[in-house]
Ligand binder design. Structure first.
Ligand code: ADP
Ligand code: MG
Length: 239
């Protein structure tokens, strides 16, 4: 079961530096939303606040009908996929995928059922007994996504998950992510500084710049009707 995300008047400071200033945003259940903006604009910080890895200074975050910003990360019902895959080298793929579930005392046969199902979806079922160093970059990426899927989260959070892959693999993985979204029907937030990734993946793009949201719209809307000069320049001229 996935859920909508409601972000209300979120502000974040690091010491004297305000990195997010009064951010409000509604994400629909099952929507694929991309946070797009230049390096340092606060994309990761916003995602990490939703995941519970950064505290909230002002404002609220709700997932479905539940306010989650006071909850610890493990109880929020979201799962994050990092840019560095953060796999444990001494564990097999199966153990890596199951690790987060053992922490929350999921029964063994349930862990096995979810791991097998996720491995099948990601087409890594033949790799379950291997260690991460035996895998290619693309395969490691899938294991990292598998680790999120087995948690059966209400929303998936991706922080630049493709930026460590070479260009060809990035394109292919992008396509697979789009298919995964269709197949799971899950709410997904995807952070990137790459305009092409945003244009091809998003139902809606949230363009961020200088602590604020510049525009929220479909890829067509932000491309054809940019709300600000910044959006016109950033979306209109791929890096
Ligand atoms: P993005 O992901 O868009 O590149 P970040 O969210 O990582 O941006 O960072 C936004 C701003 O917050 C940057 O100026 C960054 O230097 C600052 N920042 C991020 N994390 C911390 C931290 N833990 N302490 C102090 N400043 C931070
Ligand atoms: Mg970042």
């Amino acid at each position: 079961m996935s859920a909508a995300i409601d972000i209300r008047h979120l502000t974040k400071r690091f010491g004297a530096l305000t990195v997010l200033d009064d951010i409000s945003l509604q994400i629909e259940d099952g929507e694929f939303v991309v946070f797009l903006g230049p390096s340092g604009c606060g994309k990761s910080t916003l995602l990490r606040m939703i995941a519970g890895l950064e505290g909230v200074d002002e404002g609220e975050i709700a997932l479905g009908d539940r306010r989650i910003d006071p909850l610890p990360p493990g109880e929020r019902g979201v799962a994050m996929v990092f840019q560095s895959y953060a796999l444990y080298p001494h564990m097999t793929v199966r153990q890596n995928m199951a690790f987060g579930l053992e922490n929350v005392r999921t029964p063994k046969d349930e862990i096995e059922r979810r791991t097998d199902a996720a491995a099948k979806i990601l087409e890594i079922d033949h790799l379950l007994d291997r260690k991460p160093q035996m895998l290619s970059g693309g395969q490691r990426q899938r294991v990292a996504i598998g680790r999120a899927i087995v948690k059966e989260p209400k929303a998936f959070l991706f922080d630049e998950p493709l930026s460590n892959l070479d260009a060809a693999l990035r394109g292919r993985t992008r396509l697979e992510l789009a298919q995964l979204h269709q197949r799971l029907g899950a709410t997904m937030i995807f952070v990137t500084h790459d305009q092409v990734e945003a244009m091809t993946l998003a139902d809606r793009i949230v363009v961020m710049h200088d602590r604020r949201i510049e525009q929220i719209g479909t890829p067509m809307e932000v491309y054809q009707r940019p709300a600000t000069k910044f959006v016109a320049g950033f979306v209109g001229s791929p890096a």
